[in-house]
Design a protein around this ligand. Structure first.
Ligand code: CIR
Length: 252
């Protein structure tokens, strides 16, 4: 498995914020946490390519939002926040050696953080960053590839993957305050502990899971299902509303 990540921007203090108040952000800690994140992926057997910092692009560490990588193609998004749209060109350049590229175009907006792919099902959260036009464009781009694209209403969180991710092809972990569990009734549904609303965001690296530190109650629930979990401290990146899935594009 491969991953593309990008070094933390020196301008990260000016990141987009939707649900959190701005807090002072220590760049040295953010960089250290990001380095540990890259290392944790490598320890899980992932071949990590870290792109250089984009100094002027405050949120550019959150590469997940800029592309969707399928086995058959990569789709470059049109991020919902205008400040983030210039992030996509360098990601397209990095991905073009791995996949043929397609693009989401205006008036669609789409953040990769709103797209949860489980097997051949592509779940797209209709958030402040992703709209129905993006769902239609994804349907057109993926229709001959045997994927089914679903647009999902969601609650007051930044991205769909803040509210729900998959632990394996049969199981999702979700926060029922932010996404309706009945939308995922074809899966086994685990719910985050009420004390840990941000605990639904998990990276799948093959059969192993990478998880933010600080969610012991939900982590115990995940481990009780037989999953092996590696944790990384993402607390400084979380001040910019980032979590584990946001910081990489993972593909085979
Ligand atoms: C933003 O608002 O776009 C960034 N501050 C955080 C993006 C986090 N990305 C993600 O969850 N996929």
């Amino acid at each position: 498995m491969k991953a593309i990540t990008r070094a933390v921007s020196s301008a990260m203090q000016q990141c987009e914020l939707t649900h959190l108040d701005r807090q002072s952000l220590d760049l040295n800690i953010a960089r250290k946490q990001h380095e540990n994140y890259n290392q944790a992926l490598r320890n899980l057997g992932v071949d990590v390519t870290e792109l250089p910092e984009q100094r002027e692009l405050a949120d550019s560490v959150f590469v997940e939002d800029t592309a969707l990588v399928f086995d058959e193609l990569a789709i470059i998004t049109r991020p919902g926040a205008a400040s983030r749209r210039p992030e996509t060109s360098t990601i397209a350049a990095a991905l073009q050696t791995h996949r043929s590229l397609s693009h989401i175009s205006a008036p669609a907006i789409l953040d990769g953080g709103d797209v949860l792919v489980i097997d051949r099902d592509v779940h797209v959260g209709l958030s402040s960053r992703s709209n129905r036009e993006a769902v239609s464009q994804l349907q057109r781009l993926l229709k001959d590839l045997d994927y089914t694209v679903h647009g999902l209403e969601m609650g007051q969180c930044l991205h769909l993957k803040t509210a729900v991710t998959a632990l394996d092809e049969q199981t999702v972990l979700l926060n029922p305050d932010w996404v309706d569990p009945s939308l995922f009734q074809r899966y086994k549904v685990l719910t985050t502990h009420p004390d840990e609303p941000f605990a639904a965001n998990v990276v799948r690296a093959g059969s192993r899971l990478l998880y933010g530190a600080g969610y012991p109650k939900t982590q115990a629930l995940v481990e009780a299902q037989g999953h092996t979990v590696t944790t990384v401290d993402m607390s400084e990146l979380a001040k910019a509303e980032g979590a584990v899935t946001c910081c990489s594009l993972l593909f085979d």
